[in-house]
Design a protein around this ligand. Structure first.
Ligand SMILES: [Zn+2]
Length: 229
């Protein structure tokens, strides 16, 4: 999950939908969770649900952007922030591993507490939805939930572009590939596929608006953003 930086606290927005433009300006027109580019109907997402936490309904601190799939999958009940990892707080790129066929795996080995938070985030957002239900923790997607097929297709596209780049490596082609990626979303897939190419990683971080730069070192390897993650 792409770590994002929402910038300076922008205060309160009434109605909360008014925050949409500034969020899009600062973190791009991408779902904060599944990372797809959303042409329309992107929601101002409340990290802590507005019905349960009415005081946070208008608060910039509580906002992200989400697609209808992530929005409807995420629990609408009480939600303790410390039970999850968040793309505007943590380096969530370290929390999940992206793989072929549209799969996302939670990363483990951080210790029981953080491992449980990552696992809970994965399941609560339905990022564990994939038809390969024989794999531990995966759940069957609903018919309306195409997130896994979009990831699968994007992974294949990124791989084709990588092969093309090996044959005809030019700065122009690099720029074209990154422009295409940034117009489609799914930063984490592109960043994973181009993991051995420092120049492409640098370009991807630049091109995806609002990617948190403190989450990557001088060689564009992901690093912890806070003491936790
Ligand atoms: Zn989404």
């Amino acid at each position: 999950m792409r770590p994002v930086n929402k910038g300076k606290d922008a205060g309160e927005f009434k109605p909360y939908q008014d925050a949409q433009n500034l969020l899009q300006e600062r973190i791009g027109e991408f779902c904060s969770y599944c990372e797809r580019w959303i042409a329309s109907a992107i929601h101002v997402e409340h990290k802590q649900p507005k019905n349960e936490y009415p005081k946070l309904q208008y608060s910039w601190q509580n906002f992200l952007l989400s697609c209808s799939n992530c929005n409807s999958t995420k629990s609408h009940g009480k939600l303790n922030l410390d039970d999850y990892v968040w793309p505007d707080v943590h380096n969530t790129f370290l929390a999940f591993q992206y793989a072929a066929e549209g799969k996302i795996h939670p990363v483990t080995g951080f210790g029981p507490s953080l491992d449980a938070r990552i696992d809970k985030t994965w399941k609560t957002l339905g990022l564990n939805r994939h038809p390969d239900t024989a794999t531990n923790g995966f759940e069957a997607p609903t018919t309306k939930d195409k997130r896994w097929t979009h990831r699968r297709d994007e992974w294949e596209k990124a791989h084709r572009r990588q092969i093309e780049l090996k044959k005809y490596d030019t700065p122009h082609l690099r720029g074209c590939i990154v422009d295409m990626a940034a117009s489609r979303g799914m930063f984490s897939i592109w960043f994973t596929v181009f993991s051995d190419d420092i120049d492409m990683r640098r370009r991807l971080i630049e091109a995806f608006i609002g990617t948190d730069k403190t989450s990557f070192d001088d060689e564009f390897q992901p690093v912890k953003r806070t003491a936790t993650l």
